[in-house]
Ligand binder design. Structure first.
Ligand SMILES: Cc1cc2nc3c(=O)[nH]c(=O)nc-3n(C[C@H](O)[C@H](O)[C@H](O)COP(=O)(O)OP(=O)(O)OC[C@H]3O[C@@H](n4cnc5c(N)ncnc54)[C@H](O)[C@@H]3O)c2cc1C
Length: 489
């Protein structure tokens, strides 16, 4: 019986699968090229400030709870709270919308500010819930690439409801059918960016995301997002998983059509199975050296990347909440630039996340930790230094215009993350945040499966099925663990 498993990469998918497989009785080692676990979900500490570097919005917390329970660890200090206001939206026309975590209040706010019919808002969210409930067990919690999953009762139930998915129209077209005010349409269009896609192209099925946020809720861990990684790595340690930092895997070693180990520092280390959390592009390009490149999985458009400024601010902003969006005046133009022209338009949508609004210890007294992000195209060799300089000016102008805050006056220091850094630090092809984009109705089927035709080789993380973002990466870890039997001693 195979017993030893190597996991390549300690992103959220990697540590989640390591804990799951160790709980099944396997001896698991995790290899991480960086000096800290977490991949895109990392943290920076500087001068009394703490920043989560990547994900900032936490939905579906029950997936972390499920892992904690699976590992029988009931005394972790992992706690989180539900946000009253999910996000504050600022528009160039002066409108400000507080998106409440309570659907009724959210509908009332959209009625008051944008003249929407509250019944229509609730109907939209309710239909999103129904679609989520029948797609989730089939498309998210299971492999799409195993024939036997098409014979389950869940799949057959979903088959009878497929017409509700409306995959032939875009998310934007759907939102225009429901809502009167362009600002409401823009608010609901934004959900396409949650997996790096274009609302004018991505199928309307993406409407399931507002269900998670508005019907179920948005949450925040008591000590910030990186606490998720700290919790998962401590589960791993308790199950005797060893996490080897600063250790790059150079090759997945095969013998005939089966995994026989990995190569690290030129040395072969024997393993019975390998689960890779690394971007699938690099797995084929660099780690499976003697295999032909599987072109068919990579023809697809990449998802967007990000440009993030981490600003240590010596001020407290009364107008801002924890999650804030300063919308672009022309969303269609923004996405044309991101996906067709591969540049930035002059007025990008700006996201400002301030964890110190909730986690007071994340910034010194009277100060705030601003994570300021814009969507940018994947790295195609653009002159990023020039893009960054231009973007910084435009973002500062927008903040001054909409919030009346002089950033330069209050900024103590700055760190920057751009697509080049995302690519080099987390080995994500072209710095895309979510692997392939979901800009076509077939995207879900064109993501690489969680298994391969090589015996003992599996894949987890945001570049494979079911996709990027914390909940989906945690799902991919579950799917992989379900494919590997419990170890019988
Ligand atoms: C700025 C930003 C904002 C985001 N916002 C959100 C959000 O609000 N909500 C959300 O849900 N998601 C968000 N995401 C996306 C989310 O962070 C990712 O989908 C998720 O964290 C990816 O996890 P993963 O398991 O794919 O691993 P990754 O985080 O991609 O990590 C892979 C790891 O593998 C390691 N590795 C690769 N190759 C090797 C090798 N050969 N040897 C050893 N180690 C290797 C890398 O160093 C890396 O640590 C955001 C991402 C970023 C960057």
């Amino acid at each position: 019986m195979p017993e030893k498993i190597a996991v390549i990469g300690s992103g959220v998918g990697g540590v989640a699968v390591a804990a799951r497989l160790a709980a099944k009785g396997y001896h698991v080692d995790v290899f991480e090229q960086s000096d800290m676990p977490g991949g895109k979900m990392s943290e920076i500490r500087h001068d009394g400030y703490r920043f989560d570097t990547g994900p900032s919005l936490f939905t579906a917390p029950e997936m972390v709870d499920e892992l904690i329970a699976l590992c029988n660890e009931y005394d972790t200090d992992f706690q989180y709270s539900k946000l009253d206001t999910i996000c504050r939206y600022f528009y160039e026309d002066g409108m400000v919308i507080d998106a409440s975590g309570d659907p009724l209040q959210f509908a009332a706010e959209l009625a008051e500010k944008a003249g929407e019919d509250p019944g229509t808002v609730l109907k939209y969210l309710d239909e999103s819930r129904k679609i989520f409930e029948f797609t989730y067990p089939v498309f998210i919690r299971n492999s799409l690439h195993r024939a036997r999953n098409y014979l389950t009762s869940d799949f057959i139930r979903a088959l009878f409801r497929l017409h509700r998915l409306n995959p032939f129209i875009s998310l934007h077209q759907l939102n225009r059918k429901y809502f009167r005010h362009p600002n409401t349409v823009q608010l609901f269009d934004r959900y396409a960016t949650y997996n790096g896609s274009n609302p004018y192209k991505t199928p309307s099925t993406m409407r399931v995301i507002p269900h998670l946020e508005h019907n179920v809720g948005a949450f925040f861990p008591r000590e910030g997002m990186y606490q998720i990684i700290r919790t998962l790595t401590s589960l791993c340690e308790k199950l005797d998983v060893r996490i080897h930092l600063n250790t790059r895997v150079e090759e997945i070693v095969l013998s005939r059509n089966k995994v026989s180990g990995i190569r690290v520092n030129g040395e072969m280390m024997p393993y019975d199975m390998v689960v890779s959390d690394a971007d699938i592009w690099f797995v084929y390009r660099q780690l499976l050296k003697n295999l032909p490149f599987r072109e068919k999985w990579f023809r697809h458009e990449r998802s967007t990347s990000a440009l993030v400024f981490y600003w240590g601010m010596e001020m407290e902003s009364r107008q801002l909440d924890m999650h804030n969006i300063l919308f672009s005046a022309d969303y269609a133009l923004e996405f044309r630039h991101l996906f067709e022209l591969k540049t930035l338009q002059p007025d990008p949508t700006v996201y400002i996340f301030i964890s110190s609004k909730v986690v007071k210890s994340d910034a010194p007294d009277g100060c705030e930790n601003w994570f300021v992000m814009i969507n940018v195209p994947e790295n195609n060799g653009q002159d990023w230094d020039e893009v960054i300089a231009g973007a910084r000016c435009r973002i500062e102008e927008k903040i001054e215009r909409l919030l009346k805050v002089d950033v330069a006056k209050h900024r103590k220091f700055e760190f920057i993350l751009d697509p080049r850094g995302i690519e080099s630090r987390t080995a994500s092809y072209r710095g895309s945040l979510y692997g392939n984009s979901s800009n076509s109705m077939w995207s879900a089927f064109r993501r690489h499966p969680n298994f391969s035709d090589i015996n003992g080789l599996y894949f987890t993380g945001g570049s494979v099925h079911p996709g990027g973002g914390i909940p989906l990466c945690l799902s991919s870890a579950k799917i992989v663990a379900d494919l590997i039997p419990i170890l019988k001693k």
